[in-house]
Design a protein around this ligand. Sequence first.
Ligand SMILES: [Mg+2]
Length: 115
Amino acid sequence: MAKRAAKNLSTIRAMQQDIAKWANKVFPDRTAHKTLSKLMLEEIPEVVVALRKIKEGNKDVDLGTEIADAFILLFDVAYQNGIDVADVVTEKMRINKAREWSVDEETGLMNHRKK
Ligand SMILES: [Mg+2]
């Protein structure tokens, strides 16, 4: 596990606010579209590569850092659209827990059953 962060970012809301403050200072002209492009075209593929390397037995992979990069960008996309990640994830998990789920036999992907 990573060392505990120096600042108290233990809540999702505090973490999102810290990311937004940093991004506003370093990338004041960014757009949600460009942030999302960075996430999809660079950072998610880095997570995929890290997972593949781990599966191949490579122990010199920092999957946590790659996952952090992806979360940081997605939190910032939410911030740029006025979305509080803590609120929306809490509400969506309430919905998800109430649903029935299955795994598609062909694709292996998880989906909720349509009512
Ligand atoms: Mg990365």
